[in-house]
Design a protein around this ligand. Structure first.
Ligand SMILES: Nc1nc2c(ncn2[C@@H]2O[C@@H]3COP(=O)(O)O[C@H]4[C@@H](O)[C@H](n5cnc6c(=O)[nH]c(N)nc65)O[C@@H]4COP(=O)(O)O[C@H]3[C@H]2O)c(=O)[nH]1
Length: 879
């Protein structure tokens, strides 16, 4: 076409065509000659047009010219040249239906004109007599064409919009059907459902068509409990925006939870055209939510209950984190912290640190306890599972109270921690104590019962085994108790038992166990017996004490006791066997006539009987003046003269004759008779010495043996009394205590010795060399004399070692400014050696055995001395 246009150049525009006001007109002229075209263009130009024309002459040229060029008008001359008018019309109508097609002919037949009009020509102008119509026709057709074009455009736009809308609706439907929710559209114009997705059938279990037919169908199946709310919601949310949860009942009765939200749908002019709705089946979600809510509520409830329990517990409770810090406390703990202002126990405080500091402030066992506890808590916080705790007493407002502090693990899957419980257990402790008392003590006498006795016996036996000491178990049964109880009643019986219990307790040491087994049965554990026979002494004391009259509620009562004694380790080391033995022995005592004691073994019985007899005899001896004193002279190694005597006790037994003190002194000591007998000796010896002095037999010293049992028993007072009674100056009285006695209780005896020294008497250590004295004590004891034990003197002449010992003792004594007495000197050799080694005084059979008073007096009167040649020896060795 371009070529064609180029070949057929546009018809030149008339002169006025360049006028700016001219209407531009693009013309397609189908004419046989250019002349016709020029004429037409000229007319147009003359009538206010600025035509721009292309002239075509064939159909192909027309077909090529039409597309793409926006022609305003086709003017076709008739008769055309080679161009078929009707073919041209058909082409134009096909390709540009709105393009005005005007036929220009000098004259046109009416039939042709009509046919052309039917074929699509818009008009025809007969140039011969109708040319003046050309311009108005062109104008009219141009306007008509423009109107047609606009209509066509409008139709196109409407069509496209429709298509877009249809597309959108289809997409919407596809989407709506694809999602599990039920989507519906309610048309406000028709007041009907215009769309309901098939999910409605799935969710409601109802037919979509029913809802389309009846817009209220969905409401009909709402759960009765939700009906009113949903209707109200629907009415109040007409503009859309409904957002509700509700239940629907399906045809099978099943209930589904739905969530419905609605939204307005506006048309292009923003008019609300319909309401859209989306209903989702949230049954699963609701169930989950309900479960979750229930779980949360349960959790909250549990937490609340736990809190209430924590607060209600009668204990101070705190929770610790893994580092030992307090992270939670109960009301009781908080009260304690606030009341006592103890910020170190408040939330956030470091509990471990507080305990550590507390431990540092303590001492001894308490400190160890706390340190152990801190270490245990550390272990626990490091993942341990061992509960730790301690019970500790504390004084609150002057009252003794007990507390238990417990730390238990509280590890969860994620975190470690611990719970601290602090609780007062005073009542429990007291109750336990009470229970212990009830279960272990006799309710009448509050003495240990059989159960506790058994425990104590086991413990005492363990100790006795360890210490290799003797122990006695005694069973005591009252002899006439039953009769008293029956005749005078239980009340009197009980009072009598109380008195019996008290008397028994008075007869034993605090460390002994007195137990009541029930009725009139008592039992004893006597541990740490120095001698097995000591148990007989105790039994004797008890028998004597119990047999004294009782005055109870106006009744003078008499009871006696039978006692059975068994001994550990002699009889058995089994607690049960020992109890059986004691019982057996007790029955023997009953059989033997009551009011006596019996040992389990015959041998012990014989010994005991012997001892008892001896004791009775000793008491009798004291009362009947069967004791007397012998005196053994002490002789000076320097002068050879008698410088004093040692008073030695003798017992003039009516049947046995003279009894050695070695036989009866231990019994005097055991029975305590040594105290009165010792006092008698002190008085008698002092008086005798004074008699000799007054008789002018010299300023003699008198030495008296003092037993350890006398020390502390008013010994000082007795000494003073003896001195005062006799008139003997204190410096002439010498008290002899054995080395072993002194060392037995060295610390305790020092003060007694000092008191004795203060009276002016001298103190001598007897049997020196056998008692393992320590030099430190020798220095501290206020001593005057050491007596070398007989054992060292005996072998002096034969054993060089004994010479060395004697020598050493003498040197030692002299270095302490003490005098030395050698006892047991029997031979001249012994004497010579002692004299040669600077011994001060000798005593022994060599010079004289212990003598009765008359003989001692005679010896004094004879002024007996040591042989002079021996004394010369001393003088020589001294040179
Ligand atoms: N073999 C031998 N023996 C000699 C010799 N010279 C003296 N004796 C004996 O040795 C004992 C010395 O008394 P003792 O060591 O105090 O030992 C005394 C003393 O410990 C204790 N005793 C004696 N009288 C009393 C007293 O009145 N009160 C206290 N508590 N004990 C006394 O009895 C112990 C024994 O006294 P006795 O039998 O009188 O025995 C005396 C005496 O007879 C000797 O050359 N050779």
């Amino acid at each position: 076409m371009v070529d064609r246009q180029n070949r057929l150049p546009p018809v030149p525009a008339p002169e006025n065509a360049s006028d700016d006001t001219a209407i531009r007109l693009k013309l397609l002229i189908a004419a046989a000659a250019d002349e016709t075209a020029r004429q037409l263009l000229a007319i147009l130009a003359q009538n206010g047009f600025a035509p721009e024309a292309v002239c075509i002459q064939t159909l192909p040229e027309l077909e090529q010219a039409l597309p793409g060029n926006h022609w305003d008008l086709v003017l076709a001359s008739h008769p055309p040249t080679q161009l078929d008018l009707f073919a041209a019309l058909r082409i134009v109508r096909e390709q540009a239906p709105e393009l005005p097609f005007i036929i220009i002919a000098e004259q046109i037949e009416e039939t042709l004109a009509l046919a052309a009009m039917r074929a699509g020509a818009n008009d025809f102008i007969e140039t011969r007599h109708d040319l003046k119509r050309l311009i108005p026709t062109i104008q009219r057709e141009l306007l008509a064409a423009e109107a047609r074009r606009q209509r066509q455009q409008a139709r196109e736009v409407a069509k496209q919009a429709m298509e877009a809308q249809l597309l959108a609706v289809s997409r919407f439907r596809r989407l709506a059907e694809a999602i599990p929710e039920c989507v519906w559209v309610f048309d406000l114009d028709t007041w009907r459902m215009s769309f309901v997705s098939t999910a409605y059938e799935r969710i409601w279990g109802r037919r979509v068509q029913d809802l389309l037919d009846d817009r209220k169908d969905w409401l009909r199946h709402i759960h009765p409990d939700d009906q009113a709310r949903m209707k109200h919601a629907r009415d109040t949310a007409k503009q859309g925006g409904l957002d509700e949860e509700f239940r629907v009942i399906r045809p099978d009765g099943g209930i589904r939870w739905l969530h419905l939200s609605t939204f307005p749908i506006h048309d292009t002019s923003n008019r609300m055209q319909s309401i859209g709705g989306v209903a989702s089946d949230i049954t699963g979600f609701i169930e989950q939510r309900n479960e979750l809510r229930a779980a949360l509520a349960e959790q909250r409830h549990r937490a609340e209950v736990q809190r209430l329990i924590l607060d209600a517990l009668p204990a101070d409770i705190a929770l610790l984190d893994g580092a030992g810090r307090i992270i939670e406390t109960n009301a009781s703990w908080e009260n304690s912290v606030t009341q006592k202002g103890m910020s170190q126990y408040a939330i956030g405080a470091d509990y471990l640190d507080t305990c550590e500091q507390l431990a540092q402030r303590q001492q001894g066992e308490k400190q160890r306890d706390l340190e152990e506890m801190v270490a245990a808590i550390r272990g626990l916080l490091a993942g341990g599972y061992e509960t730790v705790g301690r019970i500790y007493p504390s004084k609150v407002d002057g009252q003794q109270r007990w507390f238990r502090n417990t730390v238990a693990p509280l590890h969860t899957q994620e975190k470690r921690g611990a719970v601290v419980m602090h609780v007062e257990i005073t009542e429990t402790m007291l109750a336990e104590q009470r229970l212990l008392e009830l279960s272990h003590y006799d309710s009448l006498t509050m003495l240990p019962n059989r159960l506790l006795f058994r425990d104590r016996l086991a413990t005492a036996l363990t100790m006795a085994r360890r210490n290799r000491s003797n122990l006695a178990v005694c069973f005591i049964d009252l002899d006439r108790f039953k009769g008293i109880n029956e005749s005078l009643g239980h009340q009197i019986g009980d009072l009598l038992l109380l008195e019996v219990a008290s008397r028994i307790k008075d007869c034993v040491r605090d460390s002994d166990t007195v137990s009541r087994f029930g009725g009139d049965e008592f039992a004893l554990i006597l541990p740490e017996l120095a001698e097995q026979q000591d148990s007989a002494q105790v039994a004797e004391r008890i028998i004597e004490s119990l047999s004294a009259p009782y005055s109870i509620e106006g009744h003078d009562l008499f009871v006696t006791a039978s006692i059975g004694i068994t001994l550990f380790p002699n009889d058995s080391d089994d607690p049960d066997v020992l109890q059986r033995n004691a019982d057996t022995a007790m029955y023997r005592a009953k059989e033997a006539g009551r009011n006596n004691f019996q040992f389990f073994t015959a041998e012990m019985n014989a010994n005991a009987m012997e001892m008892m007899k001896l004791e009775r005899d000793l008491r009798y001896a004291l009362d009947n003046e069967e004791f007397l004193l012998y005196y053994q002279p002490k002789v000076s190694c320097r002068t050879g003269r008698i410088v004093g005597f040692e008073a030695l006790l003798r017992w003039q037994h009516p049947l046995r004759g003279m009894v050695s003190p070695l036989e009866f002194i231990p019994l005097l000591e055991e029975t305590g008779l040594i105290v009165p007998v010792g006092a008698w000796v002190l008085h008698t010896a002092s008086a005798q010495a004074r008699t000799w002095q007054e008789a002018g037999l010299g300023k003699l010293n008198i030495a008296v043996n003092v037993s350890g049992k006398q020390v502390g028993q008013h010994l000082c007072a007795t000494v003073r009394e003896a001195l005062a009674a006799s008139g003997l100056p204190a410096e002439h009285l010498e008290l002899e205590l054995t080395e072993s006695q002194l060392m037995k209780d060295a610390e305790g005896i020092i003060s007694t010795l000092r008191q004795l020294k203060a009276t002016g008497v001298s103190i001598s250590v007897d049997d020196f060399g056998t008692g393992y004295s320590s030099l430190a004590y020798l220095k501290r004891f206020p001593l005057d004399t050491l007596k070398i034990d007989r054992a060292f003197v005996r072998d002096l002449a034969a054993d060089a070692n004994d010479v060395s010992i004697a020598k050493a003792i003498i040197t030692l004594a002299h270095s302490f400014n003490l005098k030395v007495v050698a006892e047991g000197v029997e031979t001249e050799d012994q004497l010579s050696l002692l004299i040669a080694n600077q011994c001060d005084i000798i005593q022994g059979y060599y010079f004289s055995k212990p003598l009765p008073t008359t003989e001692a007096t005679a010896m004094l009167q004879q002024s007996r001395c040591l042989p002079a040649h021996l004394l010369c020896q001393q003088a020589l060795s001294a040179v």
